[in-house]
Design a binder for this molecule. Structure first.
Ligand SMILES: NC(=O)c1ccc[n+]([C@@H]2O[C@H](COP(=O)([O-])OP(=O)(O)OC[C@H]3O[C@@H](n4cnc5c(N)ncnc54)[C@H](OP(=O)(O)O)[C@@H]3O)[C@@H](O)[C@H]2O)c1
Length: 344
């Protein structure tokens, strides 16, 4: 029997990466997953995945440690670079908290991939590197040719968006200059059940919608993708020899009011966040197209399934229950602060 195809996933214990590792194992890949601390209980779920005992190895690596990354990439034909900070708290030092790990971390892994002759690298970017572009024609759905304006990100202190934009630009620039096969995938807000025990930042947003809290939300457009469909998209672009450049994965959009109506229909008993206004058409988040990814064969699921599966997961694990110090925060992560309605 031929040996399994071997790939590396950086930040393997995170929300998206855990689903990707699970998918890769289910498809018979051997996986090298990097985590910052293999002994931390937040990564324990990985070795419980089907096929992990035979085909999953954990490597301790920070993305700023090239030697540790090289040990993880050795022997791999492909790499999925998923690791990058997604802070829920207000960013106080953008350089050290997001810019360096996102940008230098990406350069480090790409340099390792070049030196190890890796055949293909899939880099997880974000629609944050697409949306913030005031020059984009009004009414035209955004596509892969639209890039966030770095000056606009900096002016509004959207440090995460700036870091993702610079990291993705750097990755594609590096690929062109060095002849490395790099494809990027830009997911919008990711919801869906978790495999990891800690609540990640985008899941925290949905928990906040259900539980409600001090900040009312703007009426605006939300683009939502299922975490399982993001994993599918990452593997699809990896396996399709013809994939190239960027791919937006943002299949569904809905207004704040419509999302609340949809959730209240099935779960009338939560507090829910207040929604202040109808959609403000001056918002930078306007419709965005996933046609390029769908043309490659991506078949994302319906939004309702994602939302209901997320909530069933939260109910099962007790994330929605109140309680002091239960580790289940009820706050709108600062990353999504442009969802706050302005005070009246
Ligand atoms: N969730 C979304 O809505 C969304 C949308 C678009 C794009 N993305 C992108 O998807 C990727 C994964 O995000 P996620 O939602 O799955 O969040 P997550 O669960 O917080 O995962 C982030 C991962 O990055 C790792 N990481 C952070 N800094 C690192 C460093 N210096 N060295 C090594 N690893 C580091 C974290 O490891 P530790 O556990 O050790 O901190 C964690 O495994 C990120 O690139 C993010 O920008 C997410």
């Amino acid at each position: 029997m031929a040996p399994p195809r071997r790939v590396c996933v950086t930040g393997g214990g995170g929300y998206i990466a855990s689903w990707l590792v699970k998918l890769l194992l289910s498809r018979g890949y051997a996986v090298h997953a990097t985590v910052r601390d293999p002994c931390d209980s937040k990564n324990a779920h990985l070795m419980q995945l089907d096929g992990a005992a035979e085909n999953l190895r954990l490597f301790k690596a920070d993305v700023l440690d090239s030697a540790a990354l090289a040990a993880a990439v050795e022997g791999c034909e492909g790499v999925f670079h998923v690791a990058s900070p997604v802070p829920a708290d207000k960013i106080l030092d953008p350089e050290s908290e997001v810019m360096v790990p996102a940008v230098k971390g990406t350069v480090n892994i790409l340099e390792v991939c070049s030196s190890m002759k890796v055949q293909k690298v899939v880099v997880v970017s974000s629609t944050s590197s697409v949306h913030f572009n005031p020059s984009w024609p009004q009414g035209k759905p955004k596509d892969e040719s639209c890039w966030s304006d770095k000056k606009v990100c900096a002016q509004h202190e959207l440090w995460y968006c700036l870091a993702k934009t610079v990291a993705e630009e750097t990755a594609l620039g590096y690929a062109e200059k060095n002849g490395l096969n790099v494809v990027t995938v830009c997911p919008c807000i990711v919801f869906g059940p978790q495999l990891q025990p800690v609540v990640n930042t985008s899941s925290e947003l949905l928990v906040y919608v259900l539980k409600g809290g001090p900040n009312a939300m703007n009426g605006m457009l939300w683009h939502i993708v299922d975490v399982r469909d993001v994993a599918d998209a990452l593997l699809l672009v990896y396996e399709k020899p013809e994939s190239s450049g960027r791919y937006i994965s943002a299949p569904n959009y809905i207004t704040t009011k419509a999302i609340l109506d949809l959730l209240k229909k099935t779960y009338p008993d939560y507090n829910y966040v207040n929604c202040k206004a109808e959609v403000d058409h001056n918002y930078p988040i306007t419709p965005i197209s996933s046609a390029k990814l769908k043309n490659l064969g991506w078949k994302p699921r319906e939004l309702e399934e994602t939302l209901l599966d997320s909530i069933e997961y939260y109910r099962k694990t007790g994330i929605l229950q109140d309680g002091e110090g239960d580790g289940h925060p009820c706050r709108l992560p600062d990353l999504f602060r442009f969802f706050h309605a302005a005070e009246e």
